[in-house]
Design a binder for this molecule. Structure first.
Ligand code: PA5
Length: 432
């Protein structure tokens, strides 16, 4: 369950004006839910949570069981954009921060195919040489170059190391039902495959096997995550001015029309760094088109107060910030007292570190509002699977409503093709 706090915008927007924008957001909600807007063949995510039952979850979990049986100790998840960011965001949020030193909760998951860096891929190959490896390859189109290059190398490694038959047991493909090179390859090689439905776009796919399989492999409770998303699906279908998705979409659009062109997603918990990356893709790719759209950026505080803080406080006044607050910290650390107090910190002795973090958050909110930065807070009780499921669905719904209110089709990404065409020409791909 999440709560939204818009009081940090009070000094920037008139109440009557906000109420007008809420009415517009409610109209956009109807377009979204009645499926009458542009891109309405990509709305499968809306009722996705309630369509997931035990068989779907068990299918995802069967991969975990099979690979635990083989004592796999490294899973390489290959994908780019919407085909990796949701899983990465969830795993980073839920894992121990130092899991790579202390050991993972479930199987160790690393990501590849999200860049074309030769150093990255060479170093990944160093790692797979010394690990008992399996691979999940994810591409809806099945034709994206970055994951295709990484998969060709991984497949080659697995086949050379374990033989073709065993390699087949260590590869799972998540792709389109019928189209694309990955689908044909999977059919021919006989890989276990999961289907990404036609009506669900990449950046809205975290609650499909695209997100659920890697998250389950990393040892997290996908049933609880889906349960959170199901509750969000129900709660956010309410057609009311109290619906938090409607209120947030209304405020984003009003701030944008008031020349606040950049939304800074912020969190005081570094475990949410990749949620920020997921949000940048969700909103950037959905809204940034036709010469319009809020530019999404992300920061982690207090870390980035020491790098971006100056600009946020004092630079060009085109920002608003959306802070994702986790209300209950998962762990407790008390600051100890010291007899000599040489560092002058005894005034904090006996206090939780999280208390300091909270005070930093309050102080930052006041300072930024004073400095001309409206503040929106999205509050989540705990950082767990249930709340992450809620959060994922919440932001997807906000994005759909908000983009329709802005007047763009949230579900296409024509701009992404431009670099690909040039790259293919330069690489002398046949047909370009
Ligand atoms: O949201 C999207 O549709 C994109 O970001 C895609 O997820 C990304 O381009 C990867 O595409 P594919 O899964 O087809 O390889």
């Amino acid at each position: 369950m999440i709560k939204i706090d818009l009081t940090g915008c009070d000094s920037f927007v008139a109440k009557e004006r906000f109420n007008e924008y809420v009415k517009k957001a409610l109209a956009a909600q109807v377009v979204l839910e009645d499926e009458t807007g542009a891109g309405n063949d990509f709305l499968g995510w809306q009722h996705l949570p309630s369509s997931i039952g035990k068989p779907e979850l068990d299918d995802c979990l069967s991969v975990v069981e099979g690979w635990l049986g083989k004592e796999i100790d490294l899973v390489v998840v290959i994908g780019i954009g919407g085909s990796y960011l949701g899983a990465k965001a969830a795993i980073e949020a839920l894992n121990h921060t130092f899991s790579c030193h202390l050991g993972s909760h479930g199987l160790k998951v690393v990501f590849a195919g999200e860049n074309l860096s030769e150093d990255y891929i060479a170093e990944l190959m160093d790692l797979v040489q010394i690990r008992n490896t399996a691979c999940v390859v994810i591409s809806k189109s099945g034709t994206t170059t970055e994951p295709a290059v990484a998969f060709r190398l991984l497949k080659d490694h697995l086949e050379k190391t374990y033989g073709k038959d065993e390699a087949r047991e260590r590869i799972v493909a998540i792709t389109d039902m019928a189209r694309g090179a990955l689908k044909s390859l999977s059919n021919q090689e006989g890989y276990k495959t999961f289907v990404i439905e036609d009506n669900i776009g990449g950046r809205f796919s975290v609650l499909t096997p695209v997100g659920l399989v890697p998250i389950a492999l990393a040892g997290f409770d996908i049933e609880a995550m889906v349960c959170g998303a199901q509750d969000a699906e129900k709660a956010l279908a309410e057609r009311s001015a109290d619906n938090p998705a409607v209120r947030y979409a209304a405020m984003r659009n009003l701030l944008y029309d008031n020349a606040k062109k950049i939304e800074l997603f912020a969190s005081f918990n570094p475990k949410l760094q990749y949620l920020g990356e997921w949000l940048k893709q969700l909103f950037g790719e959905s809204e940034g088109k036709d010469g319009k759209g809020i530019f999404p950026a992300s920061v982690i505080f207090t870390t980035d107060l020491h790098s971006m803080g100056q600009y946020i406080q004092d630079g060009e006044r085109m920002l608003f910030e959306t802070v994702i607050t986790v209300e209950n910290a998962g762990r407790e650390v008390i600051i100890p007292s010291e007899e000599q107090d040489l560092d002058g910190l005894n005034y904090l002795a006996g206090k939780h570190v999280e208390h300091c973090n909270r005070m930093a958050q309050q102080g930052t909110k006041m300072a930024h509002i004073d400095g001309g930065v409206p503040n929106i807070e999205v509050k989540v009780e705990e950082l767990d699977e249930y709340n992450l499921g809620w959060l994922f669905y919440f932001f997807e719904k906000v994005c759909g409503i908000s983009a329709y209110q802005l007047g763009v089709n949230p579900f296409n990404q024509p701009g992404v093709e431009a670099y690909k065409k040039n790259m293919f020409k330069l690489l002398e791909k046949p047909g370009y």
